[in-house]
Ligand binder design. Structure first.
Ligand SMILES: C[S@@+](CC[C@H](N)C(=O)[O-])C[C@H]1O[C@@H](n2cnc3c(N)ncnc32)[C@H](O)[C@@H]1O
Length: 253
């Protein structure tokens, strides 16, 4: 794993804290309850040990624990892990919360399901670092265990791409996003500006990989997975020109 001398964008808690209202509005947190049922049905999992890798505020970990699964939530951001811990304690559910980088977390043959949801993959500049994540997931799953990964697919991004977008919360926070496609469609660069009335609260420039269905499948195969399937949403619709998301389901080898 390549250590960077400067902090990477995803290592800044203030990025996740300031953009929280856009990434994790209450409606998205509530929708996760329904989504988790779709994930379980897509993978044919009815009980067992689940790793929510890059769990954020516990959108999926908490309802899973409520349903009786034994859940480990791993994330690198204290701010989000604290929200997850508080929510779990209010709901009186047990989740094992671990602060760790997704490249480092490895627990051999311990899980029946690993989930990596809502574009939590492809953050590392070096392709080999992203591969380490997939190899660790394969090793952390029991033989035959399932991995679900959900991202914005390259095909979808190409069909909806806009160089500038803006989003406003009901409270009047405005997020302006500029997007540039980089390195021959391998990566997307983002420039986010967060404004509250007349004040700029923050500006973040960051980039990450975007994968086509074929690229993601190839990486999963290279990491040791088999039975690779891709879908256009968590309900299992085909991945095609109408798809909003790219969901891959793979079996640990
Ligand atoms: C877009 S959020 C998705 C959160 C969660 N999966 C969900 O669906 O609500 C991406 C998450 O990845 C986490 N993250 C970013 N870089 C990470 C790293 N290197 N290791 C572990 N977690 C990381 C962030 O803290 C954040 O919680």
């Amino acid at each position: 794993m390549k250590e960077s001398p400067v902090m990477e964008w995803f290592e800044h808690d203030d990025f996740w804290e300031m953009t929280y209202p856009f990434m994790f509005p209450e409606t998205r947190i509530e929708k996760a309850e329904e989504d988790i049922l779709s994930v379980l049905s897509l993978c044919g999992i009815e009980k067992g040990d689940v790793l929510d890798l890059c769990c954020g505020p516990g959108r999926f970990s908490i309802p899973l624990a409520r349903m009786g699964y034994s859940v480990t939530g791993v994330d690198a951001t204290d701010f989000l892990l604290n929200i997850a811990r508080n929510r779990a304690s209010i709901e009186n559910v047990e989740v094992e919360w671990i602060k760790e980088d997704m490249r480092r977390f490895l627990r051999s043959r311990s899980y029946d399901l690993v989930m990596n949801m809502f574009t939590s993959f492809g953050y590392f500049q070096d392709h080999s670092d992203n591969m380490i994540v997939l190899e660790n997931v394969n090793e952390s799953l029991r033989q035959g265990g399932k991995f679900v990964i959900e991202v914005m697919g390259k095909e979808t991004l190409a069909s909806i791409f806009q160089p500038v977008t803006d989003t406003e919360t009901d409270e009047g926070l405005l997020l302006i996003q500029r997007h540039t496609i980089e390195s021959g469609w391998n990566r997307i660069a983002n420039d986010w500006l967060l404004i509250d009335n007349d004040s700029v609260l923050g500006r973040w420039k960051f980039s990450h990989w975007v994968y086509s269905a074929a690229e993601l499948k190839n990486m999963l195969q290279e990491a040791g997975f088999s039975n690779l399937e891709v879908y256009g949403n968590l309900e299992g619709s085909p991945y095609n020109s109408e798809s909003g998301r790219l969901v891959a389901v793979a079996t640990a080898g």
